[in-house]
Design a protein around this ligand. Structure first.
Ligand code: SF4
Length: 235
């Protein structure tokens, strides 16, 4: 199944004169199969001030109005691409909790939508903030999530399980529905799968690479005569 990119869809919507407001988004893709179990929508919010050493998503750090879009349009896109079935929505970044008001609207919309479905999907969120900070400041947002992977990424502590970047990052189940999910199901039990999406002149790499994977990939591509520029994992 071809992966659908939000960027192509929104370009068409903008041509129709639909207003762009509300949330800073880096990208959205479906189906994503490497950031949580099953077939998922992946939403990467734009903006992160945490600056973890070794972050492979440096393109999500800076925020400007070119990334701003309507939450409602984003929800419409989610519904349009996943009509044939959806296991979950993964919200990543960037740091999603740096946009608490917009994230709340997004989570409310996702929850209303899934409550209308006979087969509800789960909501998994990544954050680079310590869980104690999230609990103390964003309990209202956590209340909409089924699971979260918090804590800053630590480059020198690679994780061996699925979905997590470093081993200090637990997968915490937050809801009764979340308890009914098997969060360890993965199509790559012995390693890490990545997905690749082309979008105009860019290639999106989706997933959680092991340390050095992206540079190894860049070297392999270079051997084939393909040079990547402006890599999101390099300064
Ligand atoms: S790993 Fe996540 S939290 Fe850390 S700098 Fe990168 S985007 Fe921000």
């Amino acid at each position: 199944m071809a992966i659908v990119a939000f960027s192509s869809w929104i370009a068409h919507q903008l041509e129709q004169g639909i207003e762009v407001v509300d949330i800073y988004l880096n990208k959205a893709h479906f189906p994503v199969t490497v950031l949580g179990p099953g077939k998922r929508i992946g939403l990467w919010l734009q903006g992160c001030s945490l600056r973890c050493r070794g972050c492979v998503s440096r393109d999500t750090w800076d925020r400007d109005d070119s990334h701003k879009i309507s939450v409602e349009l984003l929800l419409d896109w989610c519904k349009s691409v996943s009509a044939d079935g959806l296991d979950g929505v993964t919200i990543s970044g960037g740091e999603p909790f740096e946009q608490p008001e917009a994230l709340l609207v997004l989570l409310q919309g996702l929850t209303d939508w899934r409550n209308s479905l006979s087969q509800p999907f789960d909501i998994l969120c990544y954050s680079g903030l310590p869980y104690s900070v999230l609990e103390n400041n964003f309990a209202n947002l956590l209340g909409f999530m089924d699971a979260i992977i918090p804590e800053p990424f630590l480059e020198d502590r690679p994780a061996d399980g699925p979905w997590r970047g470093s081993d200090n990052q637990p997968l915490l189940v937050l809801s009764e529905f979340g308890k009914s999910r098997d969060w360890q199901i993965t199509d790559s039990p012995g390693g890490r799968h990545m997905q690749f999406v082309t979008d105009d002149e860019r290639i999106w790499f989706i997933g959680v690479p092991r340390p050095g994977d992206m540079e190894r990939l860049r070297g392999r591509l270079l051997e084939q005569g393909i040079e990547l520029s402006s890599c999101s994992w390099k300064a």
